[in-house]
Structures are given as C-alpha cells and as structure tokens.
Write a protein that binds this ligand. Structure first.
Ligand code: PMP
Length: 285
C-alpha cells in the first residue's frame, strides 16, 4: 500500500514528499511534534494532544501553521487517504524555511507543517504476558523536557543503548538519581502499600497524554495516587512498575537493570489500568 503525507499544503505519496534543505527543523531541530494514536479509524484523545501542541508552540514562540479547524481536517484526510485503522499520526511543526541563521527568521516566514501516518500492530500477547525490561542511565537531555521538541538525540541514544542491552526502554535518571521518565514513555510504580506513583509534571518530564488519561482513570476507580519522584532502588522494592505512552498504553515492566520487579510478572494494578484504558479507547477517549 502506498502511503501519503501532508507537507505544507499538499498531500503527496511518501516517496516524493520532502522538505526544503533549509527547513529549520532539518538544520536546527527548531520545531515540535505530536504523536496521536488512531484507534479504529478515530483519533484518540485528540483535544489533549492539540492542547499540548498549542503549549509546545507557545513555549518556543511559534504560531499555529494552520488553524486548529484546518489541522483537524488535515489529520482526518491523512487517515482517510492512508486507509488507516489502527496506528498513529505524526505531526511536526517547524520554524519554516530560511537562510541558516540561529536567530528566528523574519515574521513573514511561515511555519512548516508535516503530517504522516503509520499502521501499528497491537502489542503482542507475549509482551503482555512477560512484561518488558528497562535499564537505567543518566538523563542527558536539556532542562525543558516539558516541550515536545523534535531534538531527540539524547532520547535516541538512550533507546539504542537500552535496545543493545536487550531492554525495551531506558529509564533516565536525574542528578540526584531519581527517575525522570523513559526515553519515549512516562515511568510509574505501584508500591507495597498499593499506591500508584509517578513523577509530578514539571520541566524534567513530558506531560504525557496517556499519563493524564491513566491518572484520571485511576482516580475514577478510587485507586491511591501519589505524584512524586522515585529511584530505581524503590522501584525494585515495589510490587509493580509500568510505563505509559500513546503507542504502548500502559505496559508492565518486569525487569529493571536485569533484576525482577515484584514477583517478576506483570501485576494486577497495571493490567487493570491497561484494561480501563482500552475500554476508554473503545468508548472514544
Ligand atoms: N515522555 C517522552 C520523552 C515521550 O517522548 C513520550 C511520547 N511522546 C512520553 C513521555 C509519553 O507521552 P504520551 O503519553 O503523550 O505519548
């Protein structure tokens, strides 16, 4: 199946779609992005993603490339022309094309918008049965991880290092040894007391849209929630650990740095949250 992308006003086959070599996203990583899940042809948690997009744009002083209404139309068209049922949309907004110079270009340079689509397979039953492994490493990123910047080099290097160690994800540690988040996921534990713990929002982490949805679902289910930072040592003494993201939902972590979490099997709280999330998606999140 050929795939199509939206690039600055045009819908093009992926094989010919491209951006200018002087696009500031290409030259400086001067841009931001969003990943929105498509579930049974529908966008999941669209408003929350657009609110985060709006915030990221404001934080880097960039205008919306098209109106919100137009963007919603573009996203639906990209889903339709790709015959996308289950997968994700990738949206990228950069500070447009201009002669290479660090300072912002003049106001008449339009931001550039790219939207692509990808089909994703559901998480395999084997992964859900066994859970995934994470390895810890220093968080080498900048001090504004709350901005969904396309500058992902430290995240890429961390994910690759995790992969080379046979792990699914890297848990990044701040200067005091606390987990900030994963390279592309938010980090959680469930303590012996049954408290669900995740780091509070702030500049060291991305405000995950799935994190937000899981917190709301856990609250509705009257589960105990605490937003505070934790260290890997505490996670190893916890009953459960898990990660969240748009494409992973809530995924059990059963190994940290080669050592088992709890009894080494996916835990009931994680699996319940995953089920609640799946039900919410089904109903239309
Ligand atoms: N943290 C980082 C660094 C990420 O890249 C992502 C994925 N976008 C997340 C957390 C999870 O965010 P979300 O639930 O919105 O996918």
């Amino acid at each position: 199946m050929s795939r199509y992308a939206y690039v600055n006003g045009q819908y093009l086959p992926l094989s010919v779609a491209g951006v200018h070599v002087e696009d500031r996203g290409y030259q400086f990583a001067d841009g931001i992005y969003e990943v929105i899940a498509v579930y049974q042809g529908r966008l999941a948690d669209e408003e929350a993603h657009l609110a985060r997009l709006d915030r990221s744009l404001k934080e880097i002083g960039l205008a919306w490339p098209v109106t919100k209404r137009a963007l919603k139309h573009i996203m639906r068209r990209v889903i339709a022309i790709n015959l996308l049922k289950n997968g994700m949309l990738y949206l990228q907004v950069t500070r447009g094309v201009s002669r290479r110079d660090h300072a912002f270009p003049k106001a008449d340079v339009a931001p550039a918008l790219v939207v692509t689509a990808k089909t994703l397979k559901p998480t395999s039953p084997d992964v859900l049965d066994k859970g995934v492994a994470v390895v810890t490493m220093p968080d080498l990123r900048w001090k504004r991880c709350d901005i969904k910047s396309v500058a992902l080099l430290p995240n890429i290097l961390a994910k690759q290092a995790a992969k080379e160690k046979g792990a699914y994800e890297a848990w990044l540690l701040d200067d005091k040894g606390f987990v900030t988040e994963g390279s592309s996921t938010n980090a959680w534990i469930v303590t012996a007391k049954g408290e669900i713990v995740t780091r509070p929002l702030g500049t060291p982490i991305l405000a995950g849209v799935t994190r937000r949805a899981i917190l709301a679902l856990a609250k509705d289910a009257k589960l105990k929630l605490v937003e505070r930072a934790f260290k890997p040592a505490e996670a190893l003494k916890a009953k459960e650990a898990f990660l969240t993201s748009t494409t992973s939902w809530a995924l059990p972590i059963t190994k940290i740095d080669g050592k088992p979490v709890g009894d080494g099997k996916p835990g009931p709280v994680t699996l319940r949250l995953r089920q609640l999330y799946a039900q919410a998606l089904e109903k239309g999140l």
